[in-house]
Design a protein around this ligand. Structure first.
Ligand SMILES: Cc1ncc(COP(=O)(O)O)c(C=O)c1O
Length: 393
């Protein structure tokens, strides 16, 4: 018998390190009396990330949005940038704050990343860069985009907000493109409460980004450019260091959750799962998107979203609406009709996934979805295989 959850199950829940560990870190901060401006804990965090990502071309920020804005400014991107409408709105905001015109093109239907063919068709004499998103942590079509960027002399920038921990061919995802931005927001798999990181190819950018995030200060008496305030503070860095210790554990737990969802939902009519990623990709299991087909499932995505709430399961329609459909971007240039992005935005639902989600609760969520499909509104009539039969890798 399944019952509505007593406590709400949200789409995500931030990981927190053991309080004693964090308290010990706070004691260190109290001892240092150094709260922000490139403090000792930020330096340690930067070093740990440099080791993990195998690069010194790395810079930390107080959030991912400002990191991306600063990246575009520091790289001198202007004119038009080809980007995806299927992302969190900050991807486009970062362009707009730099007075860059976003050109939205369609996505591919399997993993929802930018469609390289559409990118190439949208290039004009004003195009200076491609801003692609590893949406849900799914790597973009890396080779095809790199090839287009090289042939047309465009900068290739990745919004890797969802892709912390993803590796391709044994290399961190930041190895690809000219620059990658990661978000460490609390809703992300890896977080520092709020935070952002840039990793880039060109060594000279580091100094520039350091000025831009600290008001343009070069020394106590020299301001060399009109920078902003986008520095990461010591509390954020402390959280980042402590969460980082649990990264592999968190990814493993999410993999188990994903496997249950996939095994239980793969044959439910009207539920489409993302295909398996190719074996050269080490995925981070950041999100659990499904597409809902009304005809086959028996209700549309919005109805499922509402019905799940009755069971205290709070999913997200992530990403709906498309960025180009927000009122502030409706007049912006769209290349083509975006049929794939529109279809996906109208059918997508992201299911709860986080490290502290119990596997039996994942099973119960699947039971509810299956029972809603079967039209068995009574909360007692669920006939689905139990988790024990589900192979967990
Ligand atoms: C794809 C994407 N880009 C950018 C951002 C902005 O990052 P932040 O919240 O750290 O500013 C987010 C998430 O919040 C995101 O999901």
């Amino acid at each position: 018998m399944i019952k509505p959850f007593e406590k709400p199950i949200y789409v995500t829940r931030p990981f927190l390190p053991p309080l004693e560990e964090f308290s010990r870190g706070l004691e260190e901060i109290w001892g240092n009396r150094w709260l922000t401006n490139n403090g000792p804990i930020l330096k340690r965090f930067t070093q740990e990330l440099s080791n993990l990502f195998d690069t010194n071309n790395l810079c930390l920020f107080n959030n991912g949005t400002l990191a991306l804005q600063i990246a575009l400014q520091g790289m001198g991107i202007s004119g038009e940038v080809i980007t995806t409408p299927y992302s969190f709105v900050a991807t486009t905001h970062a362009l707009f704050w730099n007075k860059i015109r976003p050109i939205f093109v369609d996505i591919e239907p399997e993993f929802y990343t930018l469609d390289p063919k559409k990118v190439e068709e949208a290039i004009t004499p004003w195009t200076t860069a491609i801003l692609a998103v590893h949406v849900y942590g799914h790597p973009c079509k890396l080779e095809a985009l790199a090839d287009i960027a090289e042939r047309h002399k465009l900068r290739l920038i990745y919004d890797a907000a969802h892709a912390f921990g993803v590796r391709v061919d044994h290399k961190p995802i930041s190895h690809f493109g000219d620059l990658s931005m990661f978000s460490f927001h609390s809703t992300k798999l890896f977080h520092s409460i709020e935070g952002g990181m840039l990793i880039f190819r060109e060594v000279g950018l580091k100094g520039l980004f350091d000025y831009l995030k600290n008001f343009g200060f070069k020394s106590e008496v020299e301001v060399v450019m009109p920078g902003t305030n986008a520095k990461m503070n010591e509390m954020q860095a402390l959280m980042g260091i402590q969460v980082l210790k649990y990264l592999n554990e968190m990814i493993l737990k999410r993999a188990k959750i994903t496997n249950i969802y996939r095994a239980r939902l793969k044959e439910v009519p009207g539920i489409r799962l993302v295909p398996m990623l190719s074996p050269d990709i080490e995925y981070n299991y950041a999100y659990m998107p499904i597409e809902v087909d009304e005809k086959e499932f028996g209700m549309n995505r919005d109805a499922l979203y509402e019905r799940l709430k009755e069971w205290n399961v709070h999913t997200r329609r992530y990403f709906y609406p498309l960025i180009c459909d927000y009122s502030c971007y409706r007049s912006i240039s769209i290349n083509g009709d975006l049929p794939v992005a529109r279809r996906v935005a109208d059918h997508i639902l992201t299911l709860p996934i986080y490290d502290s989600l119990e596997l039996f609760d994942v099973d119960a969520i699947c039971d509810i979805i299956i029972s809603l499909h079967q039209g068995k509104r009574s909360k007692t009539q669920v006939t689905v295989p139990p988790t024990e039969l589900v192979k967990i890798v």
